[in-house]
Each structure stands twice: as structure tokens, then as C-alpha cells.
Write a protein that binds this ligand. Structure first.
Ligand code: GAP
Length: 491
């Protein structure tokens, strides 16, 4: 598995992710997505939306605002319950989440070795004096304060005059925007249960210990679905909510596998009773084997009727569905698949990373699924001094870029250009050479063909430039390289 340092360095060097406000020394836990990062991110969101919202007859979309009525967060339980217990060091003032102390390596000045300083692995005792950690793990000297509950929501003031302004919050999850619009969507779109509402948007949490690159940040983006089911119905002999919970778990795992995540790097983690959020009947996390170890990639919770009932209680508006068959109003149960865009991006990046040896040289390649690759096609002229080659290459770039992310590059020799594209995961390079345009000095006619090079096999085929858009389209839609190669001549 690739290390986090290698990924962070690649991301910066090749324009995927930069430290936010870097020229001012950076700001903790905020990251900016560069030219390739934003393409990767947009493609992840686009395929998620297409597969889970657009293509499913039982799904609809929504884009709710980040700032909501403050009572939303009282009703949802976030004001009272969205807290982590934390402690502060009285010496160095560092702050820790209580539940993470046991997972943190600790600094120890050992009395049995004349006060020598050691860094002891998390959860272990000192092998010299046998002491367990009691002081601050970072400085090894300060006492820790008693635990206090710390609310993770970012407070903000709404309104131009600070004294009169209403305190509200930046949303810590997109989900509540869906719940408070349940009746609007139901009435405007006339849906029958079960149906779901999907949303992609930013969320904010004042995490006590953000870190591990883009894994845990204070500003992040979520792709969430609230799937409403009739709790009085059964499907295949099981309560509808339990049936749909399992279906969504399977669909989410299949989605990550479909876009290239290796099965061995995915697993399910069922929440134990004491781990469950205040609203959940059951939650299963999809975990990924990140460079930091197995950690949550997304959660799939059965939120029951908790949220709709709470919002009905606090708003005084009925949030029910009329079951025509049973002639009764019901409060739907909710299955919630909730994924982080940033964590998905980190997982796709880590999973795609390979170091290979090619003819005695190291090749770094990101084996992204073709639909996710930030750049779909790189167009490379073999000779940048030949006007006709350069003109043809630009024309190809212009044509392909109507539907695809395409780059043109003539700043190095072809071998170097291929390696550059491998390192950012471009699935196909198209080369325009002398044969394509012909050589009148030598009396060689143009054959009108270009070379397509496959990133993974490094094989090359020649196809007519006129058919290029069609061939590239087929490849990106999933036609196997071998099949396309069989229909063209290998070069
Ligand atoms: N509405 C349910 C909900 O928000 P969650 O498990 O707290 O559940 C869902 O968050 C997903 O959002 C996580 O699985 C993770 O992918 C992402 N996420 C949560 N907190 C995050 C953070 N601080 N930084 C990056 N991603 C985060």
C-alpha cells in the first residue's frame, strides 16, 4: 500500500491537492483541489449522481442551502448530541479527543533511565519503568484537564448587525436539508414509497483532531441519500427498512468495486450498540484500507423515523406519507447511505497508485477507472517543429474536448510525455506523427491515422483520425482494449 507521504507529495507535484493558504503558512486541515484534483472530484460526483440519482427511477435530486433555520439543529439533536469529549494539556495546550487517546503514541520522560525521553507506541506501557500514560501524549509533561463535551458545529451569525443577528450553524451534514424538504419533494413530484432523495454538498465540522491529509478535515463534501420506506410493508418476507438497508449496503460496495477499488481493500464494519448515533437502529460502515489503516469510507444507517418525527414536532408541520392501500398516514423510515467526496477521492487515489518496473526504469502509474481519470485523453504531437503535425494535434484536441477532458502537451520527448500522463492516470494518449500527415518532401502520402496508447498495457494501435472520437468513446464506456485493438491494427 502506498504511503500517505507519497500521495501527498504526488498530489502537490502534479496539481491534485494543495495546502490551503500555503503562502501564508497554511491553515490546519484545509486543502485546495488543483487543476487535476478538481477534475477527479467532479468526475466522482458526476458518476455518483448519474448512477444513484439519474439512472434510478426511485431517486430524485436536491440542492439545499448550507445555512438553515437554527431550530433545524435543535430538532435533529445536533445542538445537544453532536459532541466529542475532549481534554486539554495544561502545559502545551494541545487538545485531544478522549476516544483517540488510546490510539496516540505518547512521549515519556522515564524516571528509571534518568529522565530519558522516549516515544512509546499507542496503548503500550514503558518497557523500562512499566508506567502507563497519564500525562499529555505530545509534551509528556502536562496534566490533562477533565473531559468536556465539545460541540462540533461551526457557529455563525446571520444578519448585518452583529448584536441583533441570529446565531446559526454551517451544516454538519447535508442530510437535514433533505428531511426538511421531504414534504416539498413529495407534493411536487408525487412519488410513492419507497423513493429516495440524493444530494451532494459541503458540510462543516469543527473537528478536534483533523488530519491525515484530506481524510478528516473541517470543511468537506458529502454525497448523501435519504431513502424513504414504508415501515408497515414487507419485502421478500422482511420489514421493508431492513430489506432496503441490506440492498443499499450491497449497491454501495458494488459501486466502489465498479470504479476500480479492489475488493480486498473494502470491508464492512457493523456498529456495536454503544457506537450507534442517537438516531440509528443499525449502521454499517464501508471501510477502506487507507494508508493510515482500515477506516470509514462511508456509512449506511437506518435512521428510522427519528428525523421526520423530530422536524414534525419542532415545526408543527406533518411530515407523513398517505398509504393509499392501508388508508393511513405513516412516517417513513429512512435508510441513509452517506459518503464523503474527499474520502472517496483519497481511496480512489490510493487504490490506483502503482509503481512498476518498465525496461529497468520505475514507472509510477495511477490506474484510475477511465471514467474517473482527471484527464481522459492526452494529445501529443511527435514533432513539435512540424506545423502540419501540430495543427492536426490541436484540431484533434479541439474536437475531443467537446465531450471529454483533453490536454495537449508538446513540452518534452514522447517517452517523457507518456510517463507524465501515466503518473496522473490518463488512460489514453493519442499521438500525431509524420505518417498521419504525410511527408511531401519524401513523397510519402498521409495515412490519416493516429496512434492510441493504452496506459495500462502500454500497447499502441493505429486508427483513422476520423474514427478517433468514436473509438475513444467506446473505450471510455467500457469496451475492452483487446476488443478495440482486434478491430484496428496494432502499431
Ligand atoms: N448524515 C450522516 C453523516 O453525516 P457521518 O458518518 O458523520 O454520517 C458521513 O459522515 C461521511 O462523511 C463519512 O463516512 C465520511 O466519508 C464523510 N466525513 C465525515 N466527517 C468528515 C470529515 N471531518 N472529513 C472528511 N470527510 C468526512
Amino acid at each position: 500500500m502506498v504511503s500517505m507521504e507519497t500521495l501527498v507529495s504526488l498530489c502537490k507535484r502534479r496539481g491534485f491537492v494543495f495546502q490551503s493558504s500555503e503562502i501564508y503558512g497554511g491553515i490546519g486541515s484545509s486543502w485546495d483541489y488543483g487543476p487535476l484534483g478538481v477534475e477527479l472530484r467532479n468526475k466522482i460526483k458526476r458518476v455518483w449522481w448519474r448512477d444513484f440519482v439519474q439512472r434510478r427511477p426511485d431517486m430524485l435530486g436536491l440542492d439545499a442551502s448550507i445555512l438553515m433555520h437554527p431550530t433545524v439543529w435543535k430538532a435533529s439533536g445536533h445542538v445537544d448530541n453532536f459532541t466529542d469529549p475532549m481534554v486539554d494539556c495544561r502545559e502545551c495546550r494541545h487538545r485531544f479527543r478522549v476516544d483517540q487517546l488510546a490510539e496516540t503514541p505518547w512521549v515519556h520522560y522515564c524516571p528509571a533511565t534518568k529522565g530519558n525521553k522516549f516515544t512509546i507506541p499507542a496503548g503500550e506501557a514503558c518497557s523500562h519503568c512499566g508506567a502507563a500514560r497519564t500525562l499529555c501524549p505530545d509534551c509528556g509533561k502536562g496534566e490533562l484537564t477533565p473531559p468536556r463535551q465539545f460541540n462540533l458545529m461551526f457557529k455563525t451569525l446571520m444578519g448585518p448587525v452583529e448584536e441583533d443577528a441570529a446565531v446559526t450553524y454551517l451544516r454538519p451534514e447535508t442530510a437535514q436539508g433533505i428531511f426538511v424538504n421531504f414534504d416539498n419533494v413529495l407534493q411536487s413530484m408525487r412519488r410513492k414509497l419507497p423513493f429516495g432523495i440524493g444530494q451532494i454538498g459541503k458540510a462543516f465540522r469543527n473537528e478536534i483532531t483533523p488530519g491525515n491529509f484530506i481524510f478528516r478535515t473541517r470543511e468537506f463534501e458529502q454525497m448523501e441519500i435519504e431513502y424513504f420506506v414504508n415501515p408497515h410493508e414487507t419485502v421478500e418476507g422482511r420489514p421493508a427498512d431492513e430489506y432496503w438497508h441490506d440492498r443499499w449496503i450491497e449497491d454501495c460496495l458494488a459501486w466502489f468495486r465498479r470504479y476500480g477499488i479492489q475488493s480486498d481493500n473494502l470491508r464492512l464494519h457493523e456498529h456495536a450498540r454503544d457506537e450507534l448515533a442517537h438516531y440509528a437502529k443499525r449502521t454499517a460502515d464501508v471501510q477502506y484500507r487507507f494508508p493510515i489503516g482500515w477506516s470509514e469510507l462511508m456509512g449506511i444507517a437506518n435512521r428510522t423515523d427519528f428525523d421526520l418525527k423530530q422536524h414534525a414536532k419542532f415545526s408543527g408541520k406533518a411530515l407523513t406519507y398517505f398509504d393509499e392501500e392501508r388508508k393511513e398516514h405513516v412516517v417513513p423510515y429512512v435508510i441513509e447511505p452517506s459518503a464523503g467526496v474527499d474520502r472517496a477521492l483519497l481511496a480512489f487515489l490510493a487504490d490506483a497508485y502503482r509503481e512498476e518496473e518498465v525496461r529497468g526504469e520505475k514507472r509510477v502509474v495511477l490506474r484510475f477507472h477511465p471514467e474517473l481519470a482527471p484527464v481522459s485523453v492526452a494529445v501529443l504531437p511527435l514533432l513539435k517543429k512540424r506545423d502540419d503535425i501540430v495543427r492536426t494535434a490541436h484540431a484533434i484536441r479541439d474536437e475531443l474536448s467537446r465531450d471529454l477532458t483533453v490536454v495537449y502537451d508538446d513540452t518534452a520527448a514522447i517517452g517523457r510525455l507518456y510517463r507524465r500522463q501515466d503518473e496522473v492516470g490518463t488512460p489514453y494518449c493519442v499521438t500525431v506523427d509524420v505518417q498521419t500527415v504525410g511527408d511531401s518532401d519524401k513523397g510519402e502520402p498521409a495515412d490519416g491515422k493516429v496512434t492510441i496508447r493504452d496506459r495500462d498495457s502500454m500497447e499502441q494501435i493505429r486508427v483513422e483520425a476520423a474514427r478517433l472520437a468514436q473509438v475513444i468513446g467506446d473505450l471510455l464506456r467500457g469496451t475492452a482494449w483487446a476488443e478495440v485493438a482486434a478491430g484496428a491494427g496494432r502499431s
